[in-house]
Design a protein around this ligand. Structure first.
Ligand code: KG4
Ligand code: ZN
Length: 364
């Protein structure tokens, strides 16, 4: 089934076409650079930018896929969670495209999309330009994994908005085993990057800075159980939930306490130590989830999965670890199309009254 999907839950305007075998025929990601100067995503600006370019992005996806709307059999879009105004643009556009052709429609949960990035068949988009147009991610669309990863598996999703570990028993749905109690891992990277004077979003910049640093210099807590912790803290430490807020504060205090003249010289060590602590927390929870479920297969999704240190640490684990290529780990519409293959396909016109949702409440 040929699927056109849209994803606009945050600040990337994305459209993708999946072919009959679930292979990617086009995966267009237009990132909004405009938020950099504000140090974070400004929701109203994000919605407006989506509105300005969504039709162009859809047209480009269809063109790159060598197809037309008439040949598309199913249209899908992210329903939530995310920024409501941003979601509305992609969701309403997709519903309108589907309604105009009286095609069925699939409303997709964003996190289900990150899970479904793992089901995508290994392929290349032959039309993907080596030098992308301005505003597009420079990353070539190369799938470096060996085909789709099938359930059952444990899935670690770590993005700017979400961090959770889930059990995936089948292609549709997942059971949350643990989630962050405060910040998401990507948010911890972004806020850490801001403390260190790097731009937004800062995950990749912090990783680059950390490359020249020693991760053992600053002993940030890895979040595991420790003697002397109270019963409640130790219950958390033995559990599957995540917490990053304390770590972020620890970085801020360490930075503030450094004499100003020393900061530049210590920044790389600080970035490396902070990154190591975030990664240690993610890896520890992932390992524990595998232990508790008795599974030996781990898939990873979300923007933080682009982190090289995390990828290396995960690959060192005993389990079979599947990390999709970077272009499928960060927000994209190919993952939404992939999830749509297994989601309910609502016939025209039943989907017209559907609305988006901002929070993690997933209507089923
Ligand atoms: O999944 P994603 O594209 O969007 C959300 O749904 O949030 O994730 C974006 C997050 C940002 O917080 C960004 O800093 C982080 O992923 N990120 C990274 C790296 N690349 C992106 N974090 C750590 N290391 C990276 N290389
Ligand atoms: Zn995401």
């Amino acid at each position: 089934m040929r699927i056109l999907a849209l994803e606009t839950s945050c600040d990337d305007t994305c459209a993708a076409v999946l072919g009959e075998g679930g292979e990617i025929r086009a995966n267009v990601i237009s990132s909004q650079e405009v938020h950099t100067r504000f140090g974070g995503v400004v929701p109203e600006i994000a919605s407006r930018r989506h509105l300005e370019i969504v039709n162009l992005v859809v047209a480009e996806a269809l063109e790159r896929a060598g197809t037309t709307l008439a040949e598309v059999e199913l249209i899908a879009a992210t329903r939530g969670p995310g920024l409501v105004g941003a979601l509305l643009v992609g969701f309403a556009t997709a519903k309108a495209l589907a309604a105009a052709r009286e095609r069925p429609f699939a409303a997709v949960d964003h996190l289900q999309g990150h899970v479904a990035a793992n089901f995508i068949t290994g392929d290349r988009d032959p039309t993907h330009p080596a030098q992308p147009a301005e505003g597009r991610r420079a990353e070539p669309l190369v799938l470096d994994h060996d085909g789709p990863f099938e359930p059952p598996f444990v899935c670690l999703i770590a993005s700017g908005g979400h961090t959770l570990v889930a059990q995936v028993r089948e292609h549709e749905g997942f059971e949350v085993l643990g989630r962050t109690l405060d910040d998401a891992a990507g948010e911890a990277f972004d806020k850490g990057a801001r403390t260190l004077g790097l731009g937004y979003p800062g995950g990749a910049a912090l990783e680059r800075l950390a490359e020249g640093g020693d991760p053992s210099v600053f002993p940030f807590p890895a979040g595991g159980p420790r003697p002397g912790l109270g019963a409640a803290r130790n219950a958390f430490a033995h559990g599957l939930d995540f917490s990053f807020a304390g770590l972020k504060t620890a970085l801020l205090y360490t930075w503030r306490e450094l004499p100003e003249g020393e900061r530049a010289a210590r920044a790389a060590d600080l970035a490396a130590s902070y990154q190591a602590a975030i990664v240690a927390r993610l890896v520890e929870r992932a390992e524990r989830a595998l232990e508790r479920t008795g599974l030996d297969r781990l898939a990873v999704g979300g923007g933080v999965a682009a982190n090289g240190v995390l990828r290396r640490r995960l690959r060192e684990m005993g389990a079979t670890v599947h990390v999709p290529p970077r272009a499928l780990c960060t927000d994209n519409a190919a993952m939404i199309a992939s999830a749509a293959r297994y989601a309910p396909h609502t016939p025209y016109p039943e989907y017209l009254p559907l609305d988006v949702y901002a929070t993690g409440e997933r209507p089923r």
